[in-house]
Design a protein. Structure first.
Length: 98
């Protein structure tokens, strides 16, 4: 299982727009081949801080996600809404075994 934690800090004035755009990306991403999870998490102490937990069965599935039209639309839409550059933390999922 190939996991990426995407860390995001959003500008407060774009919070609602970011959540709406990210919901659309989530809904399309969970239908991708090899997608195991695509969770969008919001920090309880800072509503502008998010982590997206992406889990795909293979590295190829992860790479394919970044080539999808819905990802391109999301990436372009949210680019100016970030308070700082987003960053991905790649991890190897151990349990559950995929």
């Amino acid at each position: 299982m190939h996991v990426t934690l995407v860390h995001i800090q959003v500008k407060p004035e774009h919070l609602a727009d970011f959540i709406a755009a990210t919901r659309r990306n989530h809904e399309a991403s969970i239908r991708e081949p090899g997608n195991l999870r695509f969770d969008v998490l919001q920090a309880p102490d800072d509503p502008c801080r998010f982590v997206i937990y992406e889990a795909y069965a293979t590295a190829a599935n992860t790479a394919a996600h970044k080539q999808t039209p819905h990802y391109a639309v999301w990436k372009a839409a949210v680019a100016d809404w970030m308070a700082e550059p987003r960053w991905g933390e790649p991890l190897q999922g151990l349990f559950p075994a995929s």
